[in-house]
Design a binder for this molecule. Structure first.
Ligand code: FDA
Length: 307
């Protein structure tokens, strides 16, 4: 019940101001956000890669309102890629981007987002890594998939995300499960209407399994983004049944969530990539993490009240 309320609040400027200013917020934000600057995130990347983990880095931000902000987003990724190059971490760290942060929702936003993301994908390729386009709310997805297709003409390794809660996703998975593709499947983190998305957790889980089956049976590289132990076990079975070796798919989890599991799966020989978000515009990302687990909200409320 609380999840949809928190997701609605994630779009409210008033709540943004309240949450950002509340004493005690930082302590909770720090659990999910790896720092505010490149300098703060670099040691976290070094630590993760030293443990045998891989990372995908997300400079947090979305729902920007000016073209200048979209350019700043592009430049933040280019700065990050420059640092990864200096440190020789290019092959262990990929990038995740939200096209809304690159201007997708502004006027002429489809072209603007493509123009902003292209140099990022190009710079990533130059250091031996790649970019995955995150999936945002359902109204943005046709544009995201079109940009993904366009980028793949020059950079076929560019990945994208699909969301199990959407009715459309099984068809998207079939289309995307082709040779050379990289597709992350997740349950889905936005507030979506019943006209386009399953609302029931069990239905979403069943769809997730059907989609993993499609991806494992296809020719692409599936990336399984979930912390759900049952779905992880089912994925392992489906991968075995499809005859996939351990390096022919990967698991992905979020920084700060089930960290023991990151290490355990990696020690079992799985490729485990930790989605590591950093930056100052953390509000939307943080609120989605609160919505996923109501206990986080209690922890958050307690930390505000005890400050
Ligand atoms: P579920 O929510 O059922 O959680 C399973 C268990 O994991 C919980 O019982 C709890 O123990 C733990 N857990 C999960 N979330 C937690 C949290 N916030 N705090 C504490 N514990 C938590 N979504 C999207 O719409 N677009 C995207 O591009 C992405 N990208 C993405 C990348 C990666 C690597 C991951 C792992 C997830 C995403 N997501 C996403 C988010 C995704 O859609 C989903 O909301 C979360 O992963 C939570 O779903 P789970 O599959 O983990 O299951």
């Amino acid at each position: 019940m609380l999840g949809p309320v928190i997701l609605a609040a994630s779009r409210s400027d008033r709540m943004r101001r309240f949450v950002s200013a509340a004493p005690g917020t930082k302590q909770v934000v720090d659990r999910f956000i790896a720092g505010e600057t490149v300098d703060e995130v670099v040691p976290i990347v070094e630590d993760a890669t030293a443990k045998g983990l891989e990372v995908t880095l997300d400079v947090v931000g979305e729902d920007i309102t000016t073209v200048e902000q979209s350019h700043a987003a592009r430049d933040a990724y280019l700065e990050l890629i420059g640092r990864l190059k200096e440190l020789g971490l290019g092959e262990r760290a990929e990038m995740s981007v939200k096209l809304s942060m690159f201007g997708q929702a502004l006027e002429g936003g489809h072209e603007l987002a493509l123009a902003n993301v292209r140099p990022v994908v190009e710079a990533a390729a130059a250091i031996g890594t790649t970019v995955t386009l995150d999936a945002e709310d359902h109204t943005t997805l046709d544009s995201m998939f079109a940009i993904h297709e366009e980028l793949r003409k020059d950079f076929p390794q560019t990945g994208c995300v699909i969301q199990a809660y959407l009715f459309r996703t099984e068809d998207d998975a079939r289309r995307l499960a082709a040779a050379g593709s990289r597709v992350r499947i997740v349950k889905g983190a936005y507030k979506e209407p019943a006209s386009v998305a399953y609302q029931d957790k069990a239905e979403i889980d069943k769809a997730f399994v059907r989609i993993v089956k499609i991806l494992m049976g296809g020719l692409g590289y599936p990336m399984i983004g979930s912390h759900d132990p049952r779905l992880i076990a089912i994925t392992q079975d489906l991968a075995r049944q499809a005859g996939r070796k351990l390096d022919e798919y990967e698991f992905q989890m979020l920084y700060g969530i089930r960290s023991d599991e990151h290490v355990r799966l990696s020690a079992e020989g799985h490729r485990m990539r930790v989605y590591t978000a950093y930056g100052t515009d953390w509000y939307g990302y943080f609120m989605r993490r609160l919505a996923e687990k109501p206990a986080n909200l209690l922890f958050f409320a307690r930390s505000i009240l005890t400050k």
